[in-house]
Design a protein around this ligand. Sequence first.
Ligand code: FE
Ligand code: FE
Length: 169
Amino acid sequence: MSTITTLEELFVEQLQDLYNAETQLIKALPAMAKAAHSPALKDSFEAHFEQTKEHAARLEQIFEVLGKEADGKKCQAMLGLIKEGKEMISEKASSEVKDIGLIAAAQRVEHYEIAGYGCVRTYAKILGHKEAAKTLQTTLDEEAATDKKLTVIAEKLNLLPQEEAALKN
Ligand code: FE
Ligand code: FE
């Protein structure tokens, strides 16, 4: 266990956690895209795969400016979230229900990232790392947009008639 005494150290530690989370996601997203049935969902996972590589690159750039190592932390939360995504991939559900389940898993990931980026963006502001704060805000906005897009896709999926009826009751 490392020792964190200052906000600057916490900032670096949280960035390393996010960096590890992003690199785990880069490895996991292609399987999510492959498992998606709806073309819109497949496209969305593929687009977010490209975006996630960009997120990792942005963090690397911040580490370079800070003169710190990007590696150093294993994000246990992302490990668990991806495990749940994999469980959903192997479920025997109908294509629509499977897609909705994949979206549920993906939105948990986005919310985790939104929490993480919101924190480091604020620490960057407090610590006077203006450029980093701007970069982190850009990623935060993209994670939030991805989350919203997933909701729109979920709402457009064709549920079975009886499930549709139940929703209206
Ligand atoms: Fe990301
Ligand atoms: Fe994301």
